[in-house]
Design a binder for this molecule. Structure first.
Ligand code: ADP
Length: 559
C-alpha cells in the first residue's frame, strides 16, 4: 500500500485528512510545514504528498521545488490541498511545478479519496516533468503580487483616512513619542486653529512646547508623559501664531508596538475657545453677582442696624412728650403723637424683618443630623396657644426622618409655614397636614413648581430624597401669585386682614431652604387650600436613615 504524507499547519484540518486516509487503509505520516515534510520525504519515502499551500516556514510551492530538484524525491507525487486556489496564477504555478491535482478546501471526503486513488494509479505512468526555468520567477511574482495587493489595500485605507482628515475642521494628528519625538501627520485644520502650517510642525518636533500657553505647560507635559497613553482627554491653552489665546480639547488614542510599548499617539484637538471664554465670563459674572449680593446684604444689615437707634429715640421721645406735656398738647396733639409712635413701631417691625433677612444670608449654617420629627414637635408645641384659639388640628401624616440640616433654621421654616397654614384659613375646621413623599414617588415638578433661585440650577439633584409638605384647607392662592408671595414685603391681603403680617415670612423661608441647597414651591387651588413643598440637600449620608419616630405614624394632634 502506498504511504501518504500529509502536510498541513492547521492541526484540525490535518487530523481530519489523516483520519480519512487511515480509514481508507493508507499508511499515513504527517508534517506541520514544508520543512518538516521535506525531511520526512527523505527519510520515509512517501508515495504521495498532500500539502497545504500557505504555511509558515516553507510554503507548498517551495516544498515542491525542493522535492523536484533532488533526484531522491523528484518523483514523489504531490496534491495541493488549499483554500486559495481560485486564482488562475496559483493554478498555473501548480501546473508548472508538476502538481496536476488540486483539492480546494473544503471538499467532500469522497472526492479526496477519488483524487488520491487516481493520482496513485497514474503514478509512474506519466513521468513528472522537470521544473521549468520560469518557475522561480513565477513563484516570486505570485508572492510579490499578493504583497502588493495588501499594500495597495493599506494605501487605499490610509488614503481614505487622509482625505477625511484633510477636510476635518478639528486638528487631526499623529505624534511619535518613541524612539524620538516627531510629527507623523498634522492636518490643515491646525493652520486655521493655531496658525502654524503642517510643515512647520514636521520641521520642529518640539513646536508643541513652544506654542503652549505658560499656564497649560504643566498640563501638557503631564498629559504627554503620563496620561495620553490611557486615552485621557485634556484641555490645553495655546498661543496662536497671531498672539491670541486658543483653547483646545484633545482626545487621543495611544498606538503601541507588537509588545505593547507606547510608540505614538493619534488624536483630535477641537477648538473650544468660544466655550471657554463663555465659561470664564459666566464665572466672572457669578462672582460679581455673589459679591454684589453680599454687599447688598451687608448694606441692608448695617443700614437696618443703624436705623433702629434713631427710631427707638423717636419712639421714646414721643412717649415722653405724651406723658410729660400731654396737657399742653391737648387731645389732638397727643393723638397725632400716638400716630407717630404707631408708624415708628411699624417701621421698626420692617427693619427687624430686614435685619432677620440679611442675617439669614450672612449666617454660617450649623449642619447636623437632625431628627425632623422632634423639630416638628417643638414647633407644634410653641404654636399651642394659636392652635387652641383657632381650633386648628395638625396631623402628621408620615413621621419625619432624620436628615442633615441646620435644626434652628429648619425650625423657622416649619414655624413660618405652619403659622401661615393656620392664619390664612377662615373656615370652621382648620386642618394642617404635614408629611413627606419620596422624590422618586413624585413625577417631575411642573413648570410652575420650578421656583428656583436666580442663576438657574436645573438638573440639580437634591441628595436628600424627600419632598416635605405642609398642606392646609385654607383660602388658597391664585396661580398668578405663586411667585410673588416669596418676594419680600409682598402680601396678598390688607394689613388688618388675617391678623396682619410683614410679608417677609416666605421670603426668609425660601432663603433658608436655598441656603440648604433645596427648593420650595407650592400647589394650590384658590379657595381650596394650599400645599407648600420643599426639598433639602444634605451630604451623601443624609436621608438614608429610617424615620426616627415611626411609632408616631399617622398620629393626630388637636391642640
Ligand atoms: P405674611 O404672612 O407676613 O404676610 P408671608 O411671606 O408669610 O408673609 O406670606 C406672604 C403672603 O402669602 C401672605 O400675605 C398671604 O397672602 C400669602 N400666603 C402665605 N401662606 C399662605 C397660605 N398657607 N394660604 C394662603 N395664602 C398664603
Amino acid at each position: 500500500m502506498s504511504t501518504i504524507l500529509i502536510v498541513e499547519d492547521n492541526a484540525t484540518a490535518r487530523e481530519l485528512l489523516v483520519e480519512l486516509l487511515r480509514d481508507a487503509r493508507y499508511p499515513v505520516i504527517e508534517a506541520e510545514d514544508g520543512a518538516e515534510a521535506l525531511r520526512l520525504a527523505h527519510t520515509q519515502h512517501p508515495d504521495l504528498i498532500i500539502s497545504d499551500v500557505l504555511m509558515p516556514e516553507m510554503n507548498g510551492y517551495e516544498l515542491v521545488r525542493h522535492l523536484r530538484t533532488d533526484p531522491e524525491t523528484a518523483l514523489i507525487e504531490v496534491i495541493f490541498h488549499s483554500a486559495v486556489f481560485n486564482e488562475p496564477e496559483a493554478h498555473d504555478l501548480a501546473r508548472d511545478c508538476g502538481v496536476t491535482h488540486v483539492i480546494s478546501k473544503p471538499t467532500e471526503p469522497k472526492k479526496i479519496l477519488n483524487t488520491v486513488a487516481e493520482v496513485l494509479r497514474a503514478k509512474g505512468t506519466e513521468p513528472t516533468s522537470p521544473l521549468p526555468a520560469s518557475f522561480d520567477h513565477k513563484h516570486q511574482q505570485l508572492l510579490t503580487g499578493k504583497l502588493m495587493q495588501q499594500i495597495d489595500a493599506l494605501d487605499r485605507s490610509e488614503e481614505r483616512f487622509r482625505m477625511l482628515a484633510e477636510h476635518a475642521t478639528d486638528i487631526v494628528f499623529r505624534y511619535h513619542l518613541h524612539p524620538t519625538r516627531a510629527w507623523e501627520y498634522v492636518n490643515p485644520a491646525a493652520t486655521i486653529i493655531l496658525g502654524y502650517e503642517p510643515r512647520e510642525y514636521y520641521a520642529d518636533p518640539k513646536l508643541l512646547y513652544k506654542i503652549v500657553h505658560p499656564d497649560s505647560r504643566g498640563e501638557l507635559e503631564s498629559w504627554i508623559d503620563a496620561r495620553c497613553a490611557s486615552g485621557d482627554t485634556t484641555e490645553i491653552r495655546w498661543i496662536h501664531k497671531d498672539g491670541r489665546t486658543v483653547w483646545t480639547e484633545i482626545r487621543s488614542t495611544p498606538l503601541r508596538d507588537v509588545v505593547g510599548n507606547l510608540v505614538a499617539v493619534e488624536g483630535i484637538a477641537r477648538d473650544i475657545t468660544e466655550r471657554k471664554t463663555a465659561e470664564a465670563k459666566l464665572e466672572a459674572l457669578n462672582k460679581e453677582l455673589l459679591r454684589s449680593n453680599k454687599e447688598l446684604e451687608d448694606f441692608a444689615y448695617i443700614a437696618s442696624h443703624d436705623l433702629r437707634e434713631p427710631l427707638r429715640g423717636i419712639n421714646s421721645f414721643s412717649s415722653f412728650l405724651v406723658q410729660d406735656y400731654g396737657d399742653k398738647l391737648g387731645e389732638d396733639g397727643c393723638s397725632k403723637l400716638r400716630t407717630v409712635m404707631r408708624l415708628t413701631k411699624r417701621m421698626e417691625d420692617f427693619i427687624d424683618v430686614l435685619l432677620t433677612y440679611s442675617r439669614v444670608g450672612r449666617l454660617e449654617l450649623a449642619f447636623e443630623e437632625t431628627d425632623l420629627g422632634a423639630v416638628l414637635n417643638e414647633v407644634i408645641d410653641s404654636h399651642g396657644l394659636l392652635l387652641q384659639e383657632t381650633g386648628a388640628v395638625v396631623r402628621i401624616e408620615r413621621p419625619l426622618p432624620v436628615v442633615r440640616c441646620d435644626p434652628v433654621r429648619i425650625r423657622e421654616v416649619f414655624g413660618n409655614l405652619i403659622a401661615n397654614a393656620i392664619k390664612y384659613n377662615n373656615g370652621p375646621e382648620k386642618r394642617v397636614e404635614i408629611g413627606y413623599e419620596l422624590q422618586e414617588e413624585r413625577s417631575a415638578p411642573s413648570a410652575q413648581d420650578k421656583l428656583q433661585p436666580p442663576g438657574g440650577d436645573e438638573g440639580r439633584s437634591d441628595s436628600i430624597p424627600y419632598v416635605f409638605y405642609i398642606r392646609d384647607n385654607g383660602i388658597g392662592i391664585r396661580a398668578k401669585h405663586f411667585e410673588a408671595i416669596f418676594k419680600i414685603f409682598r402680601r396678598l391681603h390688607g394689613r388688618e386682614e388675617f391678623g396682619g403680617g410683614t410679608g417677609a415670612g416666605l421670603t426668609i423661608t425660601k432663603k433658608i431652604i436655598e441656603r440648604h441647597g433645596g427648593r420650595i414651591w407650592l400647589e394650590s387651588t384658590y379657595g381650596k387650600g394650599a400645599t407648600f413643598y420643599f426639598t433639602l440637600q444634605g451630604d451623601e449620608h443624609a436621608g438614608k436613615d429610617e424615620p426616627a419616630d415611626s411609632h408616631r405614624r399617622g398620629q393626630s394632634r388637636g391642640l
